[in-house]
Design a protein around this ligand. Structure first.
Ligand SMILES: NC(=O)c1ccc[n+]([C@@H]2O[C@H](COP(=O)([O-])OP(=O)(O)OC[C@H]3O[C@@H](n4cnc5c(N)ncnc54)[C@H](OP(=O)(O)O)[C@@H]3O)[C@@H](O)[C@H]2O)c1
Length: 334
């Protein structure tokens, strides 16, 4: 009997509602075999991004739409277990858009080799989409200068935690907003943020006014909704507001809530800009080199939240929207 493998397919578009088990179907299919020039990757880890829910909804036009029955789109890291490509021998670790499946065949196009000097999961976290996003959003859109105060929401998350640390390394004062005491403690005690504010502990606007009496020069937002509104309330003259993500939108009927406080951009002569990290793909190797050097010098901390078991992929994605993840959400699948 031919060998089989499991894969998750899209079963429903979760528009305007939380993710449900019925949005995914787990199917058993024949395991593919590599042709000439190809390799068979056995997936070791999957990485999870809030954007995956947007991809399932077909929200936005920056990636191809997903159809019902498509293999669930996602980034994975796998090991070559069968090779018909001399450049990719058995044992090579590769990361790319594998989808949620246990094995995948590739010729290596669109895949990246794993940085050998760091643990493999760094390629999904610090050196993955989230670390790259932190770098691009902070330096290309936020443009911090030494002495600035940089405010970050979703600060204990995979992206936000790197943003704050890069800002600190660039000579800025850093303020992070996160949910809960444990995440806030990690921000100040481990990640070196100057101040951490718990948005679940009460009046965020008042906490921000106390933490940034002179205003913030860069406001890096991962969250949207009331948090963005509160952040806009403390921008300094000439501030740059970076719109990286709006995770609060995903569970609230789809459309993001507009900031009521946007007129402060006029009063403070500030700018607000968005970006998509994929537009900067040509710079990934250079950014990865810089992040690796900082990590090896001991200047950056990053957390990986590892769940286990391929069948738990849908539940693992949901953790991002529940704030259950502490650091980059990954799933170890073998
Ligand atoms: N523009 C781009 O190209 C790009 C690329 C990659 C990622 N992103 C965006 O970057 C952001 C962070 O992504 P990530 O992968 O690093 O995830 P993450 O921050 O590691 O995890 C998501 C975190 O969001 C917080 N959260 C969830 N629901 C929330 C709500 N309703 N209100 C406030 N906070 C909420 C939770 O933290 P707490 O426990 O602190 O609430 C949760 O842990 C996302 O918005 C993502 O879409 C943008």
């Amino acid at each position: 009997m031919a060998e089989t493998m499991r894969e998750f397919r899209l079963a429903a578009h979760p528009r305007g509602r939380a993710l449900e088990d019925g949005d995914f179907s787990l199917v058993e299919v024949p395991r593919p075999a590599p042709g000439p020039g190809e390799v068979l990757l056995k997936l070791r880890w999957l990485a999870f991004e809030p954007a995956q829910k947007g991809w399932m909804e077909n929200f936005g036009d920056y990636v191809a739409p997903m159809a019902i029955g498509d293999v669930m789109r996602g980034i994975g890291l796998g090991e070559v277990i069968e090779s018909r490509n001399p450049a990719l021998p058995v044992g090579t670790l590769l990361t790319g858009m594998t989808g949620w499946r246990e094995y995948v065949v590739t010729d290596g196009e669109g895949y990246d080799a794993v940085e050998p000097a760091l643990p493999p999961t760094a390629m999904l976290s610090l050196l993955g989409l989230t670390g790259l996003t932190a770098w691009v959003g902070l330096f290309r859109v936020g443009k911090p200068v030494t002495g600035d105060t940089v405010l970050v929401s979703g600060a204990a998350g995979a992206t936000g935690s790197i943003v704050g640390q890069l800002a600190r390394i660039a000579g800025c004062r850093t303020i992070g907003i996160a949910g809960g005491e444990a995440k806030c403690r990690w921000l100040t005690e481990e990640a070196g943020f100057d101040v951490a504010l718990d948005y679940k502990a009460g009046d965020l606007k008042a906490q921000l006014r106390a933490a940034a009496p002179g205003g913030v020069h860069v406001a890096y937002d991962n969250v949207g909704g009331p948090t963005l509104d509160a952040m806009l309330g403390v921008i300094a003259h000439g501030a740059r507001v970076v719109i990286c993500g709006g995770i609060s939108r995903y569970e609230t009927g789809g459309k993001p809530t507009g900031p009521g406080n946007y007129f402060n951009l006029v009063m403070r002569r500030a700018t607000m800009g968005g970006f998509i990290v994929f537009d900067h793909a040509a710079d990934y190797p250079d950014i990865r080199r810089r992040l690796t050097a900082l990590a090896l010098a001991g200047s950056l901390r990053w957390q990986v939240d590892e769940q286990t078991g391929f069948e738990n992929a849908p539940a693992t994605l949901r953790r991002l929207f529940e704030g259950a993840n502490f650091g980059k959400q990954v799933l170890r699948i073998s």
